[in-house]
Design a protein around this ligand. Structure first.
Ligand code: TYM
Length: 351
């Protein structure tokens, strides 16, 4: 990574809270490997976020390694990118507290993901409410410029931007940067505390919907059978799930909000093949839902198969996975400590 220090910084993460699925891949993970050519990339496995809802410890451990194996299978290279587990870098939780003291309650109350996740629950942990602040800490800790995510994370990134802008305004003057001599005068230019990040959301694939309830997004933790295509599913399982996908009444194949099931299958095809939705619709003139499902199944099977095969191979070498994570966490802590040093100085904490 050393020579690429001037490249813009990318940061993203996935929760090891369930098996990774098609939405995670098409909405986020798929763009991560390519960004390694042009950016300095930091990819995190966000286990502190996963425990905002109850997790079985043995499963969490296994899924954390599985998430790494999927990262690697999708082309993320530990020699090019920093890959680590969030809980192994304590500065994430430390910065989250500080950011939380600069975040308004009303801002967190407006988060739609919190509203959705807490709506049907009798009691909700405070961590679920605080979750977007921890996400802001993940991003701001590494001074990330770009955050590649699916559509559902956009509001969280906007919050991270608002916190960064607010704290830059509050502390910039109290935290002068290195001296610069301009026109024979020594000037200390104020340095912003944080880079203000931008979201990077793909034009297609950023909102893959449930196969059984196509008005709700596809999710790792959806209890409804056949709603989610997992990246570990066999060819037959993938085929079966897509062929059972809920479509809509009528027979016409159209890309419209009135036919969310059909629209979802077209979006999936479009995200994988790169063809425009209109072109896909035109290719089904006079055909039926059965054709659309069969071809979508084939396209998804071909997309996931190489990923699954690589992933299974990588998972077999646990020692190597743990070595990658250890090295990643050590390097991440060095970078995180740098931001924390600036933040603490700006806030007035003793060194
Ligand atoms: P998570 O683990 O829920 O999802 C990981 C990534 O997958 C995207 N995604 C989807 N994209 C398209 N269609 C879907 N149905 C779909 N479901 C999920 C998500 O948008 C995400 O990009 N809070 C984050 C994790 C996180 C993070 C961060 C991300 C923590 N810290 C810092 C970026 C930067 C989350 O829960 O993602």
């Amino acid at each position: 990574m050393g020579a690429s220090a001037k490249k813009p910084i990318v940061l993203s993460g996935i929760q090891p809270s369930g098996n990774l699925m098609l939405g995670n891949y098409l909405g986020a993970l798929r763009s991560w490997a390519g960004l390694q050519q042009t950016h300095e990339c930091i990819y995190c496995i966000v286990d502190l976020h996963a425990i905002t809802v109850p997790q079985d410890p043995a499963e969490l451990r296994a899924r954390t390694r599985e998430t790494l194996a999927i990262y690697l299978a999708s082309g993320i290279d530990p020699r090019k990118s920093l890959i680590f587990v969030q809980s192994q870098v304590p500065e994430h939780a430390e910065l989250a507290w500080i950011l939380g003291c600069h975040t308004w309650l009303g801002e967190l109350e407006r988060m739609t993901q919190f509203k959705d996740k807490s709506a049907k629950k009798k009691s909700v942990g405070a961590g679920l409410f605080f979750y977007p602040v921890l996400m802001a800490a993940d991003i701001l800790l590494y001074q990330a410029n770009l955050v590649p995510v699916g559509h559902d994370q956009k509001q969280h990134i906007e919050l991270a931007r608002d916190i960064a802008i607010r704290m830059n305004g509050m502390y910039a003057e109290k935290f002068p940067g290195p001296s610069q001599v301009t026109q024979n005068k020594e000037v200390k230019e104020a340095l912003p505390l944080f880079v203000v990040p931008e979201p990077f959301i793909p034009a297609v694939g950023a909102r893959i919907m449930s196969l059984q309830e196509p008005t709700a997004k596809m999710s790792k933790s959806d209890p409804i059978p056949n709603a989610t295509v997992f990246l570990g599913d066999s060819d037959d399982e993938i085929s079966r799930k897509i062929k059972k996908a809920v479509t809509d009444s009528g027979t016409e194949i159209a890309y419209t909000g009135e036919k969310p099931g059909v629209k979802n299958l077209i979006s999936i095809q479009s995200a994988i093949t790169g063809k425009a939705p209109d072109e896909i619709v035109a290719s089904y003139a006079g055909k039926q839902y059965g054709h659309l499902k069969a071809e979508t199944a084939e396209i998804v099977v071909e997309c996931i198969r190489p990923l699954r095969e690589k992933f299974k191979g990588l998972l077999a070498d646990r020692g190597e996975l743990d070595r990658i994570l250890k090295k990643g966490a050590d390097a991440a802590r060095v970078r995180a400590a740098k931001t924390m040093e600036h933040v603490k100085e700006a806030l007035g904490f003793l060194a």
